[in-house]
Design a protein around this ligand. Structure first.
Ligand code: PMP
Length: 459
């Protein structure tokens, strides 16, 4: 099926409110958003000219490309399950010109075939058409492009808006540039837009305002929350009013198993605004194809993605050509419909895992913990109710000692919520991942946790 065609499937959206009449922010708009280090980066004298090698009648003496006749690999076969019938396997062969591309250096932004496929996917899944002021860079996982986008946008000491609790892998990026952490509280419906408004409305006029807001809007890692469409709209309206960009980090988008219709992405919703171009969207194939293959991608304004590219030119040059070609070979053989069929099977798998986990929570930790059931992703975020009616002041509101020490001593490993607080502090919350364990493992882990909580409450 071609990009933009109709399938009626659950992962496709058409919430563009002004089709054909979108107004895009001009290139100059992004100039003040770029960091000093991004502005100072110079294009690589070689990588910047590589595309000219394909010009007719050009003989290239340009790049130090190794002679591929010396490469010992002559063929790569990948065996893959059918998305419609996982019992059926087929073999995809990477040979000929595909193999040549897989084994050689390639363009910084990504393999052209893969980029084209992904661009079509963004139209298919998010209603965003190619050539409308945005493009894509492939990254070694989404973490790679997330980090580079951060460095391209933030100057030393700049304030950064970050949802709280937040993905620990982004919290650890913040000290790189000594960012001032501005925590924006969340609840089960996503970012609390009223709190965000309060922060921004009371921002001291003497201080530069935050340029970016970081959020994981589907099946948030760690809280499991999925932001409602209303909250997303409110946050977008604030982005326009207070002039910041939204970093939409969405690796759990295709793991949604909640009620339909699903909330549209920020990347889709921003087309409702009078001006489009405030969203940088980060996708990942880690949870749906393979985490080891290290393929993620960022979709967003060309000017910012060019700055991300310059960073890549001076760090890892590009993502592995081999894994890009492997991914492209698989996706090309599937097409968009089969890709969506596959992601639906993935989300159904995690829905069942989530159900099993919750049922065990009720049996083992009912009354000892509280939680909101996630509708996407692979995490359960629950609060330890440590003060029993008999000993109301027994322990503080803190999961740190209980989870990091006591639970481990009792043979269960989970993460205390404290590691997800961007500004530090205490919390009684715990993050448990339910992606791998079978029912018996879940039951036993929670039983062990129950012993630890009961012991703490008995103090
Ligand atoms: N963002 C979030 C919220 C994540 O949970 C992860 C993976 N744990 C990443 C980004 C990084 O994913 P990738 O494997 O694509 O680099």
């Amino acid at each position: 099926m071609t990009p933009g065609g109709s399938t009626g499937d659950s992962n496709r959206h058409d919430s563009r409110s002004h089709p054909g009449t979108l107004k895009f922010l001009p290139e100059e708009f992004y100039e003040p958003f770029l960091s000093q280090s991004a502005k100072e980066k110079k294009p690589s004298p070689i990588r910047g000219l590589l595309h000219l090698e394909s010009r007719p009648n050009v003989i290239s003496l340009l790049a130090g490309k190794p002679n591929p006749t010396l490469f010992p690999i002559t063929n790569v076969d990948i065996s893959v399950k059918s998305p419609t019938d996982p019992s059926k396997e087929s073999v995809l062969q990477i040979s000929g010109s595909d193999l040549d591309e897989a084994l050689q250096y390639g363009p910084t932004a990504g393999h052209p075939g893969l980029l084209k496929w992904l661009t079509g996917l963004q139209e298919h899944a998010h209603g965003r058409k190619a050539g409308e002021g945005w493009r894509i860079n492939v990254g070694s996982g989404s973490q790679d492009v997330l980090y580079k986008a951060f460095v391209a946008l933030v100057n030393d000491g700049d304030p950064v808006l970050i949802e709280s609790p937040a993905y620990a892998g982004f919290i650890s990026v913040l000290p790189t540039l000594h960012s001032e952490v501005i925590e924006v509280p969340t609840d089960a419906n996503g970012i609390k837009a009223s709190s965000l408004r309060e922060i921004l409305d009371n921002w001291p006029s003497s201080k530069p305002k935050p340029k970016i807001l970081y959020t994981v809007p589907y099946g948030c890692n760690p809280t499991g929350m999925t932001a409602t469409v209303e909250r997303r709209r409110e946050v977008l309206a604030l982005a326009k009013e207070h002039n910041f960009l939204i970093l939409e980090d969405d690796p759990y988008y295709y793991l949604y198993y909640g009620a339909m219709p699903r909330p549209p992405s920020y990347f889709t919703l921003e087309t409702e605004l009078s001006e489009v171009g405030r969203v940088l969207r980060f996708d990942s194939f880690s949870k749906i194809i393979s985490s080891g293959i290290r393929i993620g991608f960022v979709s967003g304004p060309t000017k910012i993605l060019d700055a991300v590219n310059l960073h890549t030119e001076t760090s890892n040059l590009q993502v592995s050509s081999l894994t890009q070609v492997m991914t492209y070979t698989l996706l090309r053989s599937w097409g968009y419909d089969a890709f969506i069929t596959h992601t639906e099977a993935v989300s159904e798998f995690y829905r069942k895992k989530c159900d099993v986990f919750e049922q065990a929570m009720v049996r083992q930790l009912g009354g000892l913990t509280s939680w909101t059931t996630p509708v996407s992703g692979m995490f359960f975020w629950f609060k330890l109710l440590l003060n029993s009616p008999d000993s109301p002041n027994a322990v503080t509101e803190d999961s740190e000692t209980i989870i990091r020490t006591k639970a481990l001593e009792n043979g269960v490993l989970a993460l205390p919520g404290t590691v997800f607080l961007p500004g530090g502090g205490k919390t009684a919350y715990v993050r448990a991942s339910f992606s791998l364990l079978e029912a018996e493992g879940v039951e036993e882990a929670l039983r062990r946790l129950k012993e630890v909580i009961l012991e703490a409450r008995a103090v």
